[in-house]
Design a protein. Sequence first.
Length: 412
Amino acid sequence: MQVGNVTTPFGRRSVTLAQIKGQMRTAEIKAGKRADKWRVFRDACEARVVLGVQDRALAVLDALLTFYPDNELSEDRGLVVFPSNDQLSVRAHGIAGTTLRRHLAALVDAGLIQRKDSANGKRYARKDETGGIEEAFGFSLAPLLARAEELAHAAQQVAAERKRFRITKEALSICRRDVRKMISAAVEEGVAGDWGHIEEMFLGLTGRIPRTPTVADLQQILEEMEMLREEIINSLEMQENSETMDSNAVQNERHIQNSNTESSNELEPSSGNELGEKLHRTGRPKSEAIKAFPLGMVLKACPEINDYGPDGAVESWRDLMSAAVVVRSMLGVSPSAYQDACEVMGQANAAVAVACILERAGHINNAGGYLRDLTRKAARGEFSLGPMLMALMRANQDTGRAARPFFRSALL
């Protein structure tokens, strides 16, 4: 936005609002303030993305700073440098004249330097009788001194964001590698499970990584990839538990048959039936039925459950389980259906299941029947919460992408 013009022998130069703000800022420099020019320059380089300047513009700024005789910027010694374009071009590694002028304008627009023009547009210094500089015309470095603290803070923020990006990227790479290895191992060893569907989910997540991702992009994909990894681990552990139970069942049956040889014909049928009923009733160790996902992920996938927590918020697993009891009644889920879910899945996971059902209540005709179906599948080791939570997280972040197919897949 142009707010005025300055007339020079070479025409009319527009004065922007940013330049006027820069002049106001430099007018407020405290008396006696000093700053190391090279430290300020390094901070400006670190924060170049925030400032919106290119590397070549910073090379020009570097060249300008070499014409300032002291290492510390200070108003006491003046802050104006006045090299000619030829001198500046040499110290900027031979940059062309037109390119030099463009980058000087970029530095002015970014509020890193100011123009201090003479009447004829030339850059020079007027000296007094003692040879000291009385007044100089060229480029003022006052903005660097005025913004020294601001640039240092911006540089720290950029460095912290870069570190966070690196850590998130490394965590995603490790998680991605873990998931790839587990899927390959499960397929090679013939482990039971819908590994084709899991492979599709994995490829879908990796395909969503942008060519130039932000921290937010990586963080979202990392959370979903971690949930997929947890889902695979759950499936593998359930398979191992099932095999262990089958082995134990065979050993128990043989033990019963051999424990009393005199009455084996009488004990074998009844004991076999009781064992079968017990296996049918329990299915697997209920304490290891489904691993609980982090509460933060659950609340991100099911934000509506927050309204039913104590004081209108869910801040702990206890709050979530209390909210689930309220929601259970509201959805028309019978106490027995919820009790069965708690026994098979565990109280925390049953509460998560209710929160998921609440989130998609508009698509479920019979919440109680739906929960009973989930409970039966969990008892057989055919259900876990991962796909439901992942689908809901994706639906909450991208309303244009339907999460229902993934949600329904929990019952397929």
